[in-house]
Write a protein that binds this ligand. Structure first.
Ligand code: ACM
Length: 522
């Protein structure tokens, strides 16, 4: 009895202390701009005294005569309304707004910001977000989201103050290509899933989504001249279940959804290998004129186009023609990986010819690093995933390189021996492995000047739904986003992991099923 009584006030103090600790650690309030976790890390953060508070009267003003900027304002409001419950009207203006408001403006002449950079000035009476281009405003909006308490990401109204500490952030990306790849061929993912993926990675300023639209197990994009591709080739997926495909309208809807978030879609048709779904759909594509069986296993490297047949090139022209007509972005990805049953003397002229087909369509070629074995045409880019000597061959031909080293950037690799999902062939990729690499020094002979950007692929042999996909992608993709945006000298693992820890609540409010890595002090 005595002990209990005695403990009471101590307990009370402990509880109060814990509550305070919780409030601070969850970012409920902080009065220093530079103490807030932002991923990717901004180039420059200069804190000032004071803070801005968002209220029910705040209006998001957008500089008049810029419809794109207005759309960014609408997007911003749509991100803040559910959790704040505020009206947050979006209005145009020709002059600086009055106190209590947010102002998005296009300011040309600040050339250091480039096309994607922004300057964010937070004063106690006004937030001003400036950029040379709307894409910069969009990136700045992502930063403002992260300056509010984590619960701003909730889809339900949350109580409390919406306060941001004062200061100035100036920010531009290191790489103009900051990408993710989603394999919708091994397991199909619906339009709504792809949109969620786009939304989540746009939050971290990624601007490329590469869609792996065909593989041995499935063809996932409607081609009007070759309808069996989807009716037969799209019918199954790994494990033998029903597959699926995007109609061209659905694909266009994805492209628009991405473009509204300043993200470019890169479509991939993988060839001459990884092509069984097409070979099963049309007998005439096969050297022996016999359709193959549909394949629902996970082996690789057993299929090939019949490179000596002319119909192969007619087919490719039709397919890439239809796809490029609905792809506003500059790139078509032609795959080119793991063509183990295509002889090298057939592979090289094949890739050379397909590059010409893409070029005639007015698009640039991307291919996995093996395409560097061929003669690359100007502007073709090589995606390094496995063999550094291939990527170096690409550089020797003046090609730019997209850095996707499997041992660091493949988000379908298991985290450790206890991970039940994912694959292991490139080794375990814990959160630190995905972060502790420098794209500009990883491969001798490939420097910053040779690199187009970074991309983190996720292959879906073992991933059947968004819950599983998110578990493998998050949190590693935040590290990839940080690497792609910040300059290599401005961060390190110890600094980053505390920044990542503070994103945990944000991911929870976004209902992301992230892997709670033990390496992170969540
Ligand atoms: C690949 O992982 N086969 C590009």
């Amino acid at each position: 009895m005595r002990r209990l009584k005695h403990n009471h006030p101590v307990k009370l103090i402990l509880v109060v202390g814990l509550v305070f600790l919780q409030l601070f650690s969850k970012g409920y309030t902080t009065d220093n701009l530079s103490a807030i976790s932002i991923i990717p890390k901004p180039v420059s953060v200069i804190p000032a005294n004071g803070s801005f508070t968002l209220t029910n009267k705040t209006v998001i003003f957008v500089q008049a005569q810029n419809n794109e900027a207005k759309s960014v304002g609408e997007y911003f409001a749509s991100k803040l309304r559910p959790s704040t419950g505020f009206e947050l009207a979006v209005k145009t203006t020709t002059s600086k707004p009055s106190s209590g408001n947010i102002y998005l403006r296009i300011k040309s002449g600040d050339t250091k910001l480039g096309s994607e950079g922004y300057e964010l000035t937070i004063k106690s009476n006004l937030i001003i977000l400036s950029a040379q281009e709307p894409a910069g405003l969009f990136n700045g909006v992502q930063t403002i989201r992260q300056l509010f308490p984590a619960r701003v990401e909730s889809s339900e109204v949350q109580a409390g103050l919406w306060k941001i500490p004062a200061g100035v952030i100036r920010d531009t990306p290191e790489f103009g290509y900051r990408g993710a790849m989603l394999d919708v061929a091994r397991h199909f993912f619906q339009v709504e899933d792809v949109k969620r993926y786009i939304d989540l990675i746009a939050t971290y300023k990624m601007n490329i989504l590469h869609l792996h639209l065909s593989d041995d197990q499935g063809w996932r994009i409607e081609i009007k001249k070759w309808p069996n591709l989807t009716s037969i080739g799209g019918s199954k997926q790994v494990g033998g279940g029903n597959g699926g495909f995007f109609t061209q309208d659905q694909y266009s809807d994805i492209v628009k959804y991405a473009a509204d978030r300043y993200m470019t879609i890169i479509p991939e048709i993988d060839m001459p290998g990884h092509i069984n779904a097409a070979m099963a759909s049309y007998p005439e594509l096969n050297c022996n004129n016999k359709a193959t069986e549909l394949y629902t296993g996970t082996e690789v490297g057993f299929s090939s186009f019949c490179t000596s047949k002319e119909i192969t090139y007619d087919f490719i022209s039709d397919v890439l023609g239809e796809i490029s007509a609905i792809t506003p972005g500059p790139y078509i990805h032609i795959g080119g990986d793991e063509s183990h049953v295509t002889k090298l003397e057939d592979y090289i002229p094949f890739v050379n010819r397909v590059q010409q087909i893409v070029s005639k369509l007015g698009k640039k070629v991307i291919g996995w690093d093996e395409i560097a074995l061929s003669t690359l045409i100007p502007n073709s880019a090589v995606q390094f995933w496995a063999k550094s000597e291939n990527a170096v061959k690409g550089v020797a031909q003046s090609a730019k390189v997209i850095m996707s080293p499997a041992a660091n950037a493949y988000l379908d690799m298991k985290y450790d021996s206890t991970t039940t999902l994912g694959l292991f062939w490139a080794g375990y990729v814990e959160a630190d492995k995905a972060y502790k690499w420098d794209p500009s020094t990883l491969v001798p002979g490939i420097g910053k000047e040779n690199i187009l950007g970074i991309e983190a692929p996720v292959w879906t042999e073992t991933l059947t739904n968004m819950h599983d996909l998110e578990y493998m992608v998050f949190p590693r993709i935040l590290g990839i986003a940080d690497l792609a945006w910040r300059s290599p000298s401005s961060g390190n693992w110890d600094e980053y992991k505390t920044r990542l820890a503070k994103q945990g609540d944000r991911l929870k409010f976004m209902k992301v099923n992230y892997y709670p890595s033990k390496l992170i002090p969540w």
